[in-house]
Design a protein around this ligand. Structure first.
Ligand code: AMP
Ligand code: ZN
Length: 116
C-alpha cells in the first residue's frame, strides 16, 4: 500500500532501526519504546491486521513468531518477553499494517492489561 508507513519501512523508503529482514518479515525497533526491549515484527507484504489474514498467510504468521523468539534473546530478553498484536479499534491498533510487538527486560514487563 503506497501510503502505509510500515510498507515504506519494509521497502527501505523511510528510515527505521531495522534489526532483522528476510523474504517474509522485517523487524525494527519501535520509535517510542515502552520497555528496554521493544521491537516490531511486520510482514513484508501489506496485511492490514490480524483480522485480515487467511490460510495463505500461515507461513508469514509462523515466521513472525519464530523471529520474535530470536530477536527477544538477542535484545536482552532471553529470560522471557511478551508478544502483543493489537488488532482493530477494540484492540487499540494505531498503524493499519499487521505488527507484532516484542516487549522485554531486564525487568518484568508488568500487568497484561492496565488495571484502570
Ligand atoms: P499499535 O498501537 O499496535 O498500532 O502500535 C504502533 C506502534 O508503531 C507504536 O508503538 C508506535 O510507537 C510505532 N511506530 C509508529 N511509527 C513508527 C516508525 N516510523 N518507526 C518505528 N515505530 C513506529
Ligand atoms: Zn503496509
Amino acid at each position: 500500500m503506497s501510503d502505509c508507513i510500515f510498507c515504506k519501512i519494509a521497502a527501505g523508503e523511510i528510515p527505521a532501526k531495522k534489526c532483522y529482514e528476510d523474504d517474509l518479515v522485517v523487524a525494527f525497533h519501535d520509535i517510542h519504546p515502552l520497555r528496554p526491549t521493544h521491537v516490531l515484527v511486520i510482514p513484508v507484504r501489506h496485511i492490514s491486521s490480524l483480522a485480515h489474514v487467511s490460510a495463505e498467510d500461515e507461513p508469514v504468521l509462523g515466521r513472525m513468531l519464530a523471529v520474535a523468539q530470536k530477536l527477544a534473546a538477542e535484545n536482552g530478553s532471553d529470560d522471557g518477553f511478551r508478544c502483543i498484536i493489537n488488532t482493530g479499534r477494540i484492540g487499540g491498533q494505531e498503524v493499519p499494517h499487521l505488527h507484532l510487538h516484542i516487549l522485554g527486560g531486564p525487568e518484568p514487563v508488568g500487568p497484561m492489561v492496565a488495571k484502570t
